[in-house]
Ligand binder design. Structure first.
Ligand code: UFG
Length: 323
């Protein structure tokens, strides 16, 4: 089976490409390298290009038969999406529609979409199940929810089948140490905590007055390879003809920022200097997934559910020999 991975040079996409390759799939990556890294694409054909290049898209679908498409190519910074909504709607919504239109035109029916917990906005109840109201509070979350709705319409009208996977906090790295998180700028907690361990420059904890047991925000960290496994199962589900669906993907365990830092101290054996700062705008106090549906429907069982393992794999990547 041949899978097109859009955004396959990025953090989650590159781990996905490696997994697909290990499982014997033929893989083509399309990536504009605005955030990805060419050397992160292992064992796949690489096409440099942007979803906005409709001629290139059509040529690609003309030349190759794809059995499924996975779409990881989006901008991911919530704060930036508030300052630059045009950038987010153009890339994450409009260009995604170009991709869907190319799929419809070339009769490719199976699509896996990288969605996010941000579609739920400030949670009304935790853990968050799939039916929780969708009230995104920033352009990043709104764009992702728009695409989810677009997919429902494309299914009805054109028979395009999609599984939307709503990631909670993607974290960790390739257990073999070959791939990891390389965002620029890095805004995510775990890599920043690990950089504080190596540099001894303090990590800023954003807010200590949340309504949580230790006053810091609680998140559900899910290993990037466990996300990848869920994508494989979701694609297989589409190939089995079960139909479109949406799943929340997390471990169902919440960890506070302080707990993440404490665990990182144990894993690394390093002092991690901390300073306490203001809340970061737009951060909900608590985001934890109810992922029972993914477990039941897909047979998905996260393998690296333990926070220390997630951090250990990220640490292996952060401390790799860099040439
Ligand atoms: N945090 C700090 N200091 C930092 C960085 C983060 O205290 O230097 C805190 C944040 O305030 C938050 C927690 O650590 O409470 C996790 O923050 P991340 O930036 O790692 O992750 P988010 O929960 O903000 O974002 C994640 C994804 C987004 C997605 C969002 C969905 O990375 O892409 O979940 O809600 F939109």
């Amino acid at each position: 089976m041949h899978v097109l991975v859009v955004g396959g040079a990025g953090y989650i996409g590159s781990h996905m490409v490696k997994l697909l390759g290990q499982r014997g799939f033929q893989v083509t990556v399309l990536d504009n390298l605005c955030a990805g890294h060419r050397d992160a694409v292992q064992g796949a054909r690489f096409v440099l290009g942007d979803l906005g290049e409709r001629d290139l898209l059509n040529a690609l679908f003309q030349a190759e038969h794809f059995d499924g498409v996975m779409h990881f190519a989006s901008h991911i910074q919530v704060g930036e999406s508030v300052r630059e909504p045009a950038k987010y709607y153009l890339n994450n919504v409009f260009k995604t529609q170009y991709l869907l239109d190319a799929m419809v035109a070339h009769r490719v029916k199976c699509f896996i979409f990288s969605s996010t917990a941000a579609i739920f906005g400030e949670p009304l109840r935790v853990p968050i199940d799939e039916d929780h109201p969708k009230q995104p509070i920033n352009p990043y979350g709104r764009g992702k929810w728009m695409v989810e709705q677009m997919l429902q319409d494309y299914d009805l009208a054109y028979g395009l089948k999609a599984v939307c996977l709503r990631y909670f906090n993607a974290a960790g790295a390739d257990p073999e140490g070959k791939l990891g998180e390389r965002h620029d700028p890095e805004t995510h907690l775990i890599p920043l905590v690990l950089r504080a361990a190596t540099s001894q420059r303090p990590i800023t904890v954003f807010g200590t007055d949340y309504d949580t047991p230790d006053g810091t925000c609680i998140r559900d960290y899910i290993h990037v390879n466990d996300l990848g496994e869920a994508h494989l199962l979701a694609l297989q589900r589409l190939w089995d003809g079960v139909g479109s669906a949406a799943y929340n993907l997390g471990n169902g365990n919440g960890f506070s920022v302080r707990e993440v830092i404490d665990t990182a101290r144990k894993v690394t054996g390093c002092e991690i200097p901390v300073v306490y700062g203001e809340r970061r705008p737009g951060d909900p106090a608590r985001l934890v997934a109810d992922a029972h549906r993914a477990r039941a429907d897909l047979g998905w069982t996260p393998r690296y559910a333990d926070l220390a393992t997630i951090i250990a794999h990220a640490w292996q990547w952060e401390t790799r020999a860099k040439s």
